[in-house]
Design a protein around this ligand. Sequence first.
Ligand SMILES: Nc1nc2c(ncn2[C@@H]2O[C@H](COP(=O)(O)OP(=O)(O)OP(=O)(O)O)[C@@H](O)[C@H]2O)c(=O)[nH]1
Ligand SMILES: [Mg+2]
Length: 422
Amino acid sequence: MRAQSSRPPQAAAPGSAEPAPTGCLLALLTGPPDHDAGFMAEMSALASADGLQVVGWISQDRLLPEPSTYFGRGKVEEIRAEMERVGVDLLLVGGELTAAQCSRLEDQIDGRVIDRTELILDIFAQRARSAEGRLQVEVAQLRWRIPRLRGLGTHLSRLGGGIGTRGPGETKLESDRRAIMRRLRVLEARLGPVALRRRTARLGRPYPQVALLGYTNAGKTTLLRRLAEDVPAGEDRLFATLDPLTRAVHLPSGHQILLTDTVGFVRDLPHTLVAAFRATLEEVRQADVWIKLFDGVGDPIDRQERAIDQVLTEIQAEDRPTLRVVTKADLTDVSGDADLIQISAQSGLGLSVLLDALDRAVAASWEEAEWLIPFRRGDLLAHLHRAARVVAEAHDEHGTMVRAAVTPAVRAYLEGELSRDA
Ligand SMILES: Nc1nc2c(ncn2[C@@H]2O[C@H](COP(=O)(O)OP(=O)(O)OP(=O)(O)O)[C@@H](O)[C@H]2O)c(=O)[nH]1
Ligand SMILES: [Mg+2]
């Protein structure tokens, strides 16, 4: 019986700081409508992001996985032979396997199987930096692991229930499971306060919030860096950014917004991951405006948009005013769709058009209201001028009567301050 799954060991190449990539065979179904050439390229990119090197691949043209071993019986044999031929004992599957499919497949190929979900979880685990990011990834990994715990338990289930099934194996499995559940409770208890701290930090001085949504490697961080100060450079690797990064951006109207770059998406982002990244994705749910950023040299735009929309549905985000933007226009021409704003964060092309459109989109999410601001709260008046559109202003002996268009968050902040001050 093989030990419970863990990352394949990676031997360090002599004289190099980077561990040598571990060779693997990629196997995938080509039948599902989604599994086109782009899907295959993405699998290879994900593999190399995780330090794996795809040394060969095998496909099976079927629409649905074979219930028992994911691939059909003959194909499994072919995979086993090919792994032997190319000398690898790791199989990367371009899809999501059930726990049972995974363990049966491992037994039949006599090697280790990693599916797409485990691969993505592993990349996230390596990239997470902030306390919150690490907690979220660990929760996702533990939730993923629970149904995959293997011990003598699988043995026992083959024997059937009844007398003799309460052996030491089952006890071990049960205690492993209990240990994981305990750890999950600890992690979830820690996550609450972390998320709350971040939320409070964000709401300290609210400005209209804009969230960047797009594939990993689309160019979100590079765009934020163009528009704001103190942003680290984007990187040519998948899931470079995991922790949300929020910066002030000044619009042509003179208003200020907060632009948030958050975790990138891929097709079929694993459910466990989306669920675990709820706190991070909360930034997206709270935003007043969304920018969907498409990679001009990536998958077809409708494909990228479907992947974004899928996550939005999963986190139950309600529709926002949205700008659809395609970047890397220095490399490609995607004109044709009048609805798309073309930019290049690299060359600066189209950025003024984007900022004007952003000004309009932000203003569209505002509502007008009126307040009396006492003279001693000049700071609130100054804040309104940066974070809202002031329509009218009049002074009397009590203070300044202001009429302005604001976002709900700015309004809530202002009214909170005024009532505390009263
Ligand atoms: N030619 C060109 N390259 C770009 C442009 N914008 C970004 N890139 C490159 O694309 C790669 C990915 O950019 P990032 O900004 O890191 O992408 P991201 O969307 O933040 O990716 P994740 O953090 O992984 O989600 C980097 O190598 C960038 O230099 C652009 O407008 N033109
Ligand atoms: Mg990034």
